[in-house]
Design a protein. Structure first.
Length: 138
């Protein structure tokens, strides 16, 4: 009798856990964009000169130097050297509207917001790889 009771208890516990997992599976959190790592103007732009081969496409497309706007919040970065890779998502943003654009849209003088991916190399300026770049249009 004790043996059957323990099995029933384990079965009930497994059922409760399964119901909890399944009921929370449909719940999703709204996607909230974290604050950008730097907002400012592209003051220089260099295309990576690495040759591309079919067996090994170049991961780095280029590097931009972003100078923060003077109205930025205290403690934020004042400039950053940002590597753009084939994995970087690039958008044109007008108000709340965002459209995917290509690497060819990047140019000196643009206002951008940049989100970093991975570690930041603490030099002057800091060096990081861009996860996402939004080109800000009025």
């Amino acid at each position: 009798m004790i043996r059957g009771y323990l099995s029933a208890g384990k079965l009930l516990a497994a059922f409760v856990i399964a119901v909890g997992v399944l009921s929370s599976a449909g719940c999703t959190q709204p996607q909230v964009q974290p604050p950008q790592d730097i907002t400012g103007e592209i003051v220089s732009f260099q295309i990576t000169k690495e040759p591309e081969s079919p067996s090994q496409p170049k991961p780095s497309l280029g590097t931009i130097l972003v100078q923060a706007r003077e109205d930025g919040a205290p403690g934020n970065l004042d400039k950053a050297s940002v590597t753009i890779t084939t994995a970087t998502r690039i958008y044109e943003q007008r108000g709340q509207d965002r459209n995917v654009v290509s690497f060819d849209w990047i140019m000196v003088g643009q206002q951008v917001q940049v989100w970093f991916s991975g570690p930041v190399r603490e030099s002057d300026p800091v060096q990081a790889t861009a996860r996402e770049i939004a080109i800000i249009r009025p």
